[in-house]
Design a protein around this ligand. Structure first.
Ligand code: HSE
Length: 349
């Protein structure tokens, strides 16, 4: 049995809770994943804890109908109002689903949440980029030292397995270069501009469609892609690079004229995050690049993401799919939970 505490319970957390509810029988029979939600703690939506397991249907009903999980029915063993740290440290959860709203500049409070969990020997799955981009080395060592699992598949390309796919199935290759369209908002804007829409109109549409971050500066200036490049560098290339050391240029000064000029030359602008290994040294960058229209990355349109791994044995391999979305990001947490379960099972063999 895996006892789960949600730290943060916004759309992504709720999407995972729904998946756990809907697929309960399948997850147990196919993967041996018996997940029980014991706690939720959210700064805005309150907190509820029941060590024997909360009823997920009632939990979702409370949050969706009243905006507050503390409207979950009272009963024996039910405690309300625990803050995130108390939930991590004092609840009987052995798996923390960390999906708080995090300040991407500092990575907080998610970094402290991961640290507190690992120090208690508890595992973490998260979609927060901050802890992985800013504290990968420290946190991965801490998790390992305490026998805890740390999953963060959703930090790059949400439920599209940009992290685990290369580790699991491209093993044996040397990956010399990774480049990708890792931000949906900017790719959507560039594609809309190719249809003749202005930058401002395209950004407004991206906001309305929910692609852009709360502060779209992170998208359009390339900071979101820069965090993802830092994660790829640390996790896939074995070289942690601080995101602040990654040269970064966004698309905020891109004009319709530039986009049209490119099209006239059979080219397209794409905001690319790139991580390269040359003579044992890993470097990373984020910048708009002009690609030939027949380049596979130029063919990626709208908010879709794509990543290309240059492998020495297998050649170039490209993976494309969603880079955001509630269900997709909820699914990324599920992949991590299934992987955690598989690792637990294997240790028993
Ligand atoms: N705002 C991000 C994007 C969401 O547009 O891709 C996922 O990090």
């Amino acid at each position: 049995m895996t006892k789960i505490a949600f730290v943060g319970f916004g759309g992504v957390g709720q999407a995972l809770a729904e998946i756990l509810l809907e697929r309960k029988v399948h997850l147990e029979s196919s993967y041996g994943l018996e997940a029980e939600v014991v706690a939720v703690s959210d700064m805005m939506k309150g907190a509820v804890y029941q060590p024997d397991g909360l009823d997920i249907e009632q939990l979702l009903e409370a949050v969706r109908e009243t905006g507050n999980v503390e409207n979950y029915p009272d009963g024996p063993g039910v405690t309300k109002g625990l803050d995130s740290m108390a939930t991590i440290q004092q609840s009987n959860a052995d798996m923390i689903v960390e999906v708080t709203f995090t300040d991407v500049e500092t990575g907080q409070p998610a970094i402290d949440h991961c640290r507190a969990a690992f120090e208690k020997g508890k595992s973490v799955v998260t979609t927060n980029k901050g802890p992985v981009a800013l504290a990968y080395e420290e946190l991965s060592k801490l998790a390992e030292k305490n026998g805890a699992y740390w999953g963060f598949e959703g930090t790059v390309m949400s439920g599209t397995p940009a992290l685990r796919m290369p580790v699991a199935t491209l093993a044996g290759n040397e990956i010399k270069e990774i480049k990708g369209i890792l931000n949906g908002t900017t790719n959507y804007i560039l594609t809309e501009m190719e249809k003749g829409n202005s930058y401002e109109t395209a950004l407004q549409k991206a906001k309305e469609l929910g692609y852009a971050e709360a502060d779209p500066t992170n998208d359009v200036e390339g900071y979101d892609a820069r965090y993802k490049a830092a994660i790829l560098s640390g996790y896939l290339m074995g070289t942690p690079i601080s995101s602040k050391d990654i040269p970064c240029k966004g698309i905020s000064d891109m004009t319709l004229e530039m986009v049209n000029d490119a099209l006239e030359q059979n080219k397209k602008w794409r905001l690319l995050a790139q991580v390269k290994k040359e003579n044992g040294t890993v470097t990373a960058s984020v910048e708009p690049q002009l690609l030939d229209t027949d380049d596979p990355l130029a063919g990626v349109t709208g908010a879709t993401n794509a990543i290309l791994y240059e492998c020495d044995l297998a050649g170039p391999i490209m993976l494309t799919g969603a880079g955001a979305g509630l269900k997709e990001t909820g699914f990324s947490l599920l992949i991590d939970l299934i992987d955690y379960q598989r690792q637990k099972t294997m240790e028993k063999i």
